[in-house]
Design a protein around this ligand. Structure first.
Ligand SMILES: Nc1ncnc2c1ncn2[C@@H]1O[C@H](COP(=O)(O)OP(=O)(O)OP(=O)(O)O)[C@@H](O)[C@H]1O
Length: 513
């Protein structure tokens, strides 16, 4: 899909020179140089905390730089002087993964709110004009949506398309620099393609696209060029046409790609630990399966297939209308308290939002839930707790100046890793994980599955829901596929490939349509 550009390079849209930014305890950007051209999709990749978001925040004028020069579409200015308004006027736009749209308003109303409401002579809003403009934009950006549809009824990828159209509505020429900040992180696999095509189409219109993602297959598919950042610096720039995913991984991590490949269980799985039989709960209908000691079971299914509800119902957070769940032969009767006590731990998808205590320190965030481990009679073993904190941060590659900095100062991916570390350090016999690698870099993803594997090798079992089918194929031992709440297939061995899972997830018969 990536266009190989053989013609002479197009004009420079954005040039960043010697950009620097220091936060207390961290030099987030160290003399960053970057050139992005009109007509290209330029990916920006790198490990969690390498400085991608800081760069985008500076370019959008919301965080001031310490030093450096910026040139937007031929207009140069000192980076420290850029304001949000100037960045906007110079044609810089950012669309985040969770665009701030109003769910209960229509597409047309959202577009109008993101620009200026056209008013009639009486200063009343000219609704006809609102709809006409929205229809024009929808057509221009080729979005498959009716302007009157409420945003809450749209698939996530279409919402992001609407956000892009909203951000670009007042642009006269096609000379914007559009930063798409992890636009696919929360997207189900089926919708990713649509968004990548949108990025390409914007580039073909003439805009310059800066595409931030940890999903390297998407980077390879959608980008012309990729800049790799490491530790606040630009480490390399590649053309994707001259690159393989393995080389890109090495460029990002400084480790060979095969060092981070997942490992399937090496010993035959043991006795069933978790048995689910005839379970119905919410959208889940009559689902039965077993997970054995030593096994990581994957769950594939589209958004709405019941995959999250299945985990929640096992965990006791969703009432069951039928069926039984047993742990090592003993019934788990529901209710989260007894389920946790029995040794089942669930790590939910929205963990960063729901479970990160931003004004507490990083180590405090990891210690919640295991504090009683450190009491010896009346003595609290603080030194041991600190030592364990250091070890955990090293094990999960959590980038922080120390364990005593506030959680809010960590990058998004490092917050995710901190919360995962909190849960993975508990003694669990069954782990239920919903999208464990969302927002984390390719190295950390392998570390997370490594931690899960350590737990299963010791006799535990894990059930993992993820929309990334490549990830399932790489890291789990066996997978079940859900559709419309029902279990439609179990896949293992040679059949466990992303391609096969994709077929099963999307087509009624499990055969290519
Ligand atoms: N407000 C802040 N105060 C202190 N340090 C900060 C602040 N914001 C960011 N940092 C630090 O700057 C570094 C770069 O963070 P940034 O968010 O740019 O990383 P990133 O590449 O976007 O990571 P991710 O892939 O996890 O989103 C990190 O070490 C982070 O902890």
């Amino acid at each position: 899909m990536s266009a190989v550009r053989t013609e002479t390079e197009s004009a420079t849209a954005l040039s960043v020179q010697a950009l620097r930014k220091v936060f207390p305890g961290t030099q987030a950007l160290k003399d960053v140089d970057l050139t992005v051209r009109f007509g290209e999709v330029h990916a920006l990749v790198g490990g969690n905390g390498c400085g991608k978001s800081t760069l985008i925040k500076i370019l959008s004028g919301v965080v001031p730089a310490d030093a450096g020069e910026l040139t937007f579409n031929g207009r140069q200015l000192p980076a420290a002087e850029l304001t949000a308004r100037a960045a906007y006027e110079l044609g810089f736009r950012v669309v985040h993964q969770d665009p701030p749209l109003y769910p209960d308003l229509s597409v047309a109303e959202n577009i109008a709110l993101g620009g200026h409401y056209p008013t009639a002579k009486s200063t009343r809003i000219a609704w006809g004009e609102v709809r006409r403009r929205a229809s024009e934009l929808i057509e221009r950006f080729r979005i498959d949506v009716d302007p009157g549809t409420l945003v809450r009824d749209l698939p996530v990828s279409v919402r992001t398309q609407v956000a892009i159209a909203t951000a670009l509505q007042d642009v006269k020429d096609d000379r914007c620099i559009v930063a798409l900040d992890e636009p696919t992180a929360a997207l189900p696999a089926a919708e990713v393609g649509l968004l990548l095509s949108t990025a390409r189409r914007l580039a073909e219109m003439g805009h310059a696209i800066v595409f931030i993602s940890h999903r390297l297959d998407e980077v390879m598919a959608a980008a012309d060029r990729v800049t790799v950042m490491r530790d606040g610096q630009v480490f390399a720039e590649h053309r994707t046409s001259e690159l393989t995913e393995a080389v890109l991984i090495e460029s990002i991590l400084g480790r060979r790609a095969d060092e981070i490949r997942g490992q399937r269980a090496t010993v035959t799985a043991g006795e069933p630990i978790l048995a689910v039989s005839g379970l119905s709960a919410g959208p889940v209908i009559d689902v039965s399966f077993e997970v054995r000691a030593g096994e990581i079971l994957g769950v594939a299914g589209l958004l709405g297939s019941g995959r999250t509800e299945l985990l929640t119902a096992i965990y006791g957070g969703l009432e069951r209308s039928a069926g039984e769940v047993t742990l090592a032969g003993r019934p788990l009767r529901g209710g989260m308290g007894p389920t946790i006590e029995a040794g089942v731990v669930m790590i939910p998808e929205d963990r960063a939002r729901g479970a990160a205590f931003l004004d507490m320190t990083v180590d405090d965030n990891m210690d919640i839930g295991v504090l009683n481990r450190y009491w010896r009679g009346l003595r609290f073993r603080r030194a041991q707790m600190r030592q364990d904190g250091d070890a955990l941060r090293a094990r999960f590659g959590i980038k922080a100046p120390s364990g005593s900095v506030e959680m809010r100062t960590l990058s998004g991916g490092n917050q995710q890793k901190t919360i995962l570390a909190r849960w993975l350090r508990r003694d669990a016999s069954v782990l239920l994980l919903d999208e464990p690698s969302q927002g984390v870099d390719v190295g950390a993803r392998a570390d997370i599955y490594g931690a899960i594997r350590t737990m299963t090798v010791a006799g535990g079992a894990a059930v993992v829901v993820t929309s990334d089918l490549e990830e399932l194929a790489q890291f789990v031992d066996r997978a079940i596929v859900l559709r419309n709440g029902r279990l439609i297939a179990q896949v293992s061995g040679e059949e466990l490939t992303a391609h096969r899972l994709n077929e099963l997830v999307h087509t009624q018969s499990g055969k290519p349509s």
